[in-house]
Ligand binder design. Structure first.
Ligand SMILES: C[C@@]1(CC(=O)O)c2cc3[nH]c(cc4nc(cc5[nH]c(cc(n2)[C@H]1CCC(=O)O)[C@@](C)(CC(=O)O)[C@@H]5CCC(=O)O)C(CC(=O)O)=C4CCC(=O)O)c(CCC(=O)O)c3CC(=O)O
Ligand SMILES: NC(=O)C1=CN([C@@H]2O[C@H](COP(=O)(O)OP(=O)(O)OC[C@H]3O[C@@H](n4cnc5c(N)ncnc54)[C@H](O)[C@@H]3O)[C@@H](O)[C@H]2O)C=CC1
Length: 213
């Protein structure tokens, strides 16, 4: 029997959103880098930071506030990550976030967080996220590595070409059933052609499979 999932898996757009990270250690650094990859506007509040975080601040990629957390710091933040090594501080941050109804990730207390961060793998527009609901982050990372081996870099181009074919059909007002899509998507064939630089041919083959009776 499968248990009910603890979390609702979703993908949130953070482009241009104000995101706040409290703490500037190694865990904060990982969260900051992921937020930056997602084009968030990142502010970090921490009295001390690891060298990579200092570099990001010097380069103007993040705003760094060089002091400890104070009540009121969460004002205006869309999303908050509390990543200090002080459990009491993380708790205060989570209480402030709860009062304001903000998205909050506490790196040391999933039970008082309203979102957690999965291990992710990107191939262009494809993102594969693995979560163990906090049961074992190391296991999430390991599963991600295993998937990485079978989903190669060429999948970024496969996504582009399949997206192009879909756009073409939508523009022509042709609708394809879900069953037909599944039957036509021969990933072994598509990845093979893309790897050999024959993306155009792959797109034509796919289009033919989709529109034929
Ligand atoms: C709940 C969650 C909240 C959150 O942080 O979002 C959380 C919580 C905690 N992590 C802890 C420890 C470790 N975390 C990692 C690594 C990652 N942790 C990540 C996510 C999450 N970690 C969320 C759940 C994800 C899920 O659904 O499973 C990843 C996937 C994503 C990311 O952080 O970006 C990233 C891998 C990125 C990648 O490589 O792909 C490693 C391994 C390593 O670094 O190699 C270790 C040590 C080994 C171990 O313990 O497993 C501790 C104990 C701290 C302590 O001992 O004090 C807590 C607190 C607790 O468990 O209470
Ligand atoms: N969720 C996850 O993926 C993981 C979580 N952890 C947890 O994350 C915590 C942090 O780990 P690290 O980054 O390795 O610690 P760290 O020691 O490298 O960094 C701690 C940071 O917190 C800052 N800080 C301390 N008090 C503060 C305050 N009052 N206001 C603002 N910033 C403050 C420090 O200046 C420092 O930058 C650990 O205590 C552990 O419980 C650890 C491993 C993985």
């Amino acid at each position: 029997m499968s248990e009910a999932p603890k979390y609702y898996p979703t993908f949130i757009s953070l482009t241009g959103r104000d995101c706040l990270v409290i703490g500037g250690g190694t865990v904060a650094q990982r969260k900051i880098e992921t937020l930056l990859e997602c084009q968030a506007r990142v502010r970090v509040i921490s009295p001390q930071v690891v060298s990579r975080v200092a570099e990001l601040a010097a380069a103007g990629s993040i705003e760094l506030v060089d002091r400890g957390y104070a009540e009121g710091d969460l004002d205006g933040a869309f999303l908050v990550v509390s990543a200090t090594n002080d459990a009491a501080v993380n708790q205060q941050v989570s209480l402030e976030a709860a009062r304001r109804g903000q998205l909050i990730n506490m790196v040391d207390d999933p039970d008082h967080s309203n979102f957690i961060v999965p291990a992710t793998l990107n191939r262009g527009d494809i993102t594969i996220a693995v979560s163990t609901a906090g049961t074992s982050p190391a296991l999430a990372r390991r599963i991600k590595h295993d998937i990485e081996e079978s989903i190669g870099a060429e999948y970024a181009d496969v996504a582009k070409l399949v997206g192009g074919v879909r756009r073409n059909l939508l523009d022509r007002g042709i609708s394809i059933s879900p069953e037909k899509w599944q039957a036509a998507l021969d990933l072994e064939e598509l990845t093979g052609l893309v790897r050999n630089g024959r993306g155009q041919q792959a797109a034509e083959i796919l289009l033919t499979k989709l529109v034929e009776d």
